[in-house]
Design a protein around this ligand. Structure first.
Ligand SMILES: Nc1ncnc2c1ncn2[C@@H]1O[C@H](COP(=O)(O)OP(=O)(O)OP(=O)(O)O)[C@@H](O)[C@H]1O
Length: 341
């Protein structure tokens, strides 16, 4: 769907050149939610602005479907942009226009007749959960509602791709979650491809299928969200994963756990994907004569399944404990006995 090859953007400032995007290549499949994460200054905003040619690349190409965006004339670019909607951190609404008129605006520009426009705006207002608010002005709306208007406006011309530029960074956690749920809903209902940039791993975990990690204009790691969460390789990726999983807390707790629970066997269970759905702990305590103590753990959900770690203590006859561990190993849950921090 979107193929990016060797994309670079160099800004010339008074005293030096800044390579904001540096030889970036990426393939984004149709219907995917693709997240690009990086700290401030990594080049994310420049990257997403290149995707709809708000910035012109210094080098490289961007294909959306069969169309090479980098080779288009101004006129053709204007038409091609109708396939690419965008939402922004600060919503970028027209403050003197109502919700209805904000959403109608791109339809007016595209020359959609009045009746059809009216039908489409009403449909979009319902889709984003703003029924009854069509006559409100942006100043009368909460942050979450403003972003819903932004989403409806971006979807007005039935784009194939939605670009999200830190779309939830100005929102509180609860509102962030409701906007992320809306994006997933739209992705599933409309089969829309979504590319988002963020500095929050929570956003990646909650809605993305694929993730790319950016540092100094380059992609340093990319892949399936679950794989990247499970096996982060680069230091920057590990830091982002820790934002969600709180690794330091886990290591600290393991030491406390070992000091406190010295009897029986302490076991670390790694759950990945579907296996987390099994009622494994209750099954083990039913099948084997032993006590199972849950000591510490965190399981989290991604769009590609759940994963996490749990520390448990097995107390009972040594052979029975060994049999229980063997049994767990026969499932897809990984087991580590007497784990190191
Ligand atoms: N118009 C510009 N002129 C000169 N330098 C720029 C310009 N736009 C961005 N840069 C520089 O390019 C680098 C990448 O900036 P960019 O805004 O893309 O990063 P970012 O990851 O989106 O960070 P942030 O979230 O802080 O915006 C930075 O060093 C920035 O100063």
């Amino acid at each position: 769907m979107i193929t990016i090859k060797d994309l670079s953007k160099v800004f010339q400032t008074k005293d030096r050149e800044v390579k904001a995007v540096d030889g970036l290549s990426l393939t984004i499949n149709k219907g995917e939610i693709y997240g690009v994460i990086g700290y401030s200054g990594a080049g994310k905003s420049t990257f997403i602005r290149l995707l709809n040619r708000l910035e012109d690349p210094t080098e490289g190409s961007i294909h959306v479907g069969d169309q090479d965006l980098t080779g288009l004339s101004k006129n053709k670019l204007r038409i091609a942009r109708q396939d690419i909607g965008m939402i922004f951190q600060h919503f970028n609404l027209l403050w003197s226009r109502t919700v209805y008129d904000n959403i109608a605006f791109p339809l007016e520009i595209a020359g959609v007749p009045k009746e059809e426009r009216s039908r489409r705006v009403k449909e979009l207002i319902d889709l984003v959960g703003l029924s009854g608010r069509g006559n409100s002005y942006p100043s009368q709306l909460s942050g979450g509602q403003k972003q819903r208007v932004g989403i409806a406006r971006a979807l007005a011309n039935n784009p194939k791709v939605l670009l999200c530029d830190e779309a939830t960074s100005a929102l509180d956690p609860e509102t962030t979650d409701s906007i992320l749920d809306l994006l997933v809903d739209i992705n599933e209902k409309l089969g829309l491809t979504i590319v988002l940039i963020t500095h929050e791993m929570h956003v990646i975990r909650k809605i993305c299928h694929q993730v790319a990690v950016m540092e100094q204009g380059r992609i340093v790691e990319k892949g399936d969200v679950l794989d990247v969460f499970l096996h982060p390789e680069q230091p920057v990726t590990k830091k982002f994963v820790d934002q969600v999983m709180g690794d330091q807390e886990k290591e600290h707790s393991l030491k406390l756990i070992k000091d406190k629970y010295q009897s029986g066997k302490i076991v670390r269970l790694h759950f990945v994907g579907e296996s987390t759905n099994q009622a494994l702990i209750s099954e083990v305590s039913r099948k084997f004569v032993l006590d199972v103590n849950i000591l510490h753990g965190k399981i989290t959900q991604t769009q590609k399944g759940a994963y996490g770690t749990m520390f448990v203590q097995f107390e009972g006859d040594n052979e029975e404990v060994a049999r229980a561990i063997e049994y767990i190993r026969s499932t897809s849950v990984e087991v580590e006995v007497n784990p190191d921090a």
